[in-house]
Design a protein around this ligand. Structure first.
Ligand code: DC
Length: 230
């Protein structure tokens, strides 16, 4: 059966990473978390003291850096220039810096080129904000994951609690709204639902159920491609 390109886009807290990982596992595909690449660039900028307000220096850094996403025990390790930085890129500081570097065109171009190379042969589940709209506008299957802001904030709250960083619900909800606004209103590759994307609202579904719905869509799509009935 044809190996598809599956694009999963959606806002913060929509469960993209967990769902994309599980979909890839069920289909036997590669999982690529594009957000981890922007986080890698941000991490290196912070470590090397590259000013976040210098698009030229950030672009040079993004051109020169090598980021590998290597699966290990069902999760992706993020290897930057040979160094495993997986456990350092989910801090609030890196999250903020990632949202800054991700709007720089000179950073996006090399990242998108790398994402296209990684997915060119199909058999990939790629997640992010612009996968179905910019990176793979001809992806075989595009999913736009949604959930209510309150449920997304609840998920984020739980994640932070597990990391030993408890915050108040209202604060997390305000942050979700703010990140939504930033992702949707930015000029460069904003978070948009591609016209041909399937919307999956998982407000009332857990990650496993969501992944199985997407796998069903993927299998149906792959069959249609075989019978020429797409
Ligand atoms: O999904 P995430 O929170 O790990 O993403 C980190 C940052 O990168 C976030 O600010 C959104 C941005 N991003 C992006 O602009 N384009 C993508 N394809 C993926 C993430």
């Amino acid at each position: 059966m044809k190996k598809l390109i599956v694009a999963i886009d959606g806002p913060v807290g929509s469960g993209k990473s967990t769902v994309a990982r599980r979909v890839a596992e069920l289909l036997g595909y590669t999982h690529l978390d594009s957000g981890a690449m922007y986080r890698g660039v941000a991490w290196k900028a912070l470590r090397d003291g590259v000013p976040l307000d210098s698009p030229e220096q950030l672009a040079a850094l993004a051109e020169a850096v090598r980021i590998d996403l290597v699966p290990l025990d069902g999760k992706l390790r993020v290897i930057l220039d040979g160094e495993d930085i997986t456990d350092s890129i989910r801090t609030p500081e890196v999250s903020h810096a990632a949202s800054v570097v991700a709007v720089v065109p000179g950073v996006r171009h090399p990242m998108v080129a790398e994402q296209r190379r990684a997915g060119a042969q199909g058999g990939i589940v790629m997640e992010g904000r612009d996968i179905g709209s910019v990176v793979f506008p001809h992806a075989d299957l595009k999913i736009f994951l949604e959930a209510s802001p309150e449920v997304r904030a609840e998920r984020r709250l739980l994640e932070l609690k597990e990391k030993g960083e408890p915050l108040a619900f209202d604060q997390v909800l305000a942050d979700v709204h703010q990140r939504d606004r930033r992702d949707r209103e930015r000029e460069m590759s904003p978070l948009v639902r591609a016209a041909d994307a399937v919307v999956v609202d998982n407000t009332a579904m857990d990650a496993e159920e969501t992944a199985r719905v997407i796998v069903m869509c993927a299998r149906e799509k792959a069959e249609k491609l075989v019978t020429g009935n797409s």
